[in-house]
Design a protein around this ligand. Sequence first.
Ligand code: ZN
Length: 508
Amino acid sequence: MISNFPIPYPNELIYSVIARYAVHNGIISPKYLTEELFNSRNLTPTYDLSTHLDRLASYLPDHYDAHSLIQNHTLFPLFQPFQPDSVVNYAVQALRSERTQSLHTRLGKNASRIKSVNFFRFCPHCWQEQMEQYGEVYWKRSWQITGYEYCTRHQQPLFVSSVPCNGLDRKFYVAHLNALKDSSQLEFNPQDLHHHIELAELIEELLTHSTYITVQDFSILSKAYFNLLKDKDLLSGQKNVNYEKVRQLVVNYWGESFLQYYHLGDLRSENCWLKNICRKHRKAFSYLEHLILIRALSPKYSPIHTYQQYLDMATTAIEEQTITVNVKPEINQTLSEDQLKWIQLIHDMSVKLARKHDGALYARLYRNHKDWLLQINQTAVMAPLSPPKPRVDWNVRDRQFMKQLIKIRDELLEDLDSPQWTKKKLIKQLGHVSLIEKNWHFLPLTKTFLERYAESVDCYQIRRLTRTYIHQQTENKYYPPSIFLRLSGLSPERLTPEARRFFNHIMG
Ligand SMILES: [Zn+2]
């Protein structure tokens, strides 16, 4: 059983956590590492979609599970919202278990136009902050995403290290300040800078919200895009998409050099991504293609939101198709009572909620005023993308933790045999490891206490020497120095200068 697997830091790739485990435990051999963690000597590490997550979650405190690791510590949220349910389910099973071979192929990653990152990337200012907060640095997942070229926190382009993250002889590389030496900052066309920043922000939003989006199958996606293009007046006739207009819109919004930077510059050939995404969907498109097109079509709204809204509409329409009998054309000039009622409802709540609230009304309107309904629904109150988080009173929490810590320490003071009271160990006893580690700055009392009372190596060694000394006195014996040290679990080489002074003193 692995008991000292590191807690993932916010936004840290699970790959990076594994690399830190190796370093913390002095494991140099990759085969030994995977044998110890996964019981397999032949595991090729992947930085983006790490597998064996059920097993890794079992090494972590109870509130971690494969689901939370997937959502917060892999790049899967980039794929999930754009894949049909069947593929998402397959992938989640693969990530949880030990099946690895076809996952990237199944997600279309290998065939994608979007080039994956080949060398680990980082923001030196974020590293500085990580160093101050955690005493070590780590690989953040957003840095390794094509399209996230710019640290939104420190407002500057990322650096590319010389540490490979792809290639045949991959291994687990820990993030290290040494990487600064052989790294170079990304360079873009200055006129595209604002678009790179915009894209990085959209990717951050996608990472946070992707879990709420599901796609039944490709037909829903085709329908959603068709409706979106139709609403934006980009059809010629009833059914044909006016590609030229769509192309113009995309180029005008993002500019050619920006699109070329991501290998998405070809918008004219018969099989180019833009034409294909406007046609019937037969395979998944990448997050970049979706974000770039939807933002250009509807610049005022969040593309994730627009995407979700049109998916919902398409899903609803397909569900309704099965129960709809003749849809009457719209003839009434004045609004019916039902219509007025609906307007009132969507004034106060999202379409989804309104539908739940009065399903019969919705069904009636759908049968009798379908076009009107779909149009009016776009003016509805937007559903929040994620449920609001309950507010935490940090002052109260801080005092609670502090009281708990005093109690824990008082108990430990009596117990000379306990293992070293490191900061980590004390936090673990509080039972809210991730909450505390993520919110250090809200918990000043807890932080001060831990800094003051966590046991240094000096103190720990002195405690062990004291324990042996007490034994010696109570049993009325005298141990020669080498035996004394052995009984204390120490050796002359391991003694710190402070502990050595203490040792010399008690040995007279
Ligand atoms: Zn940064």
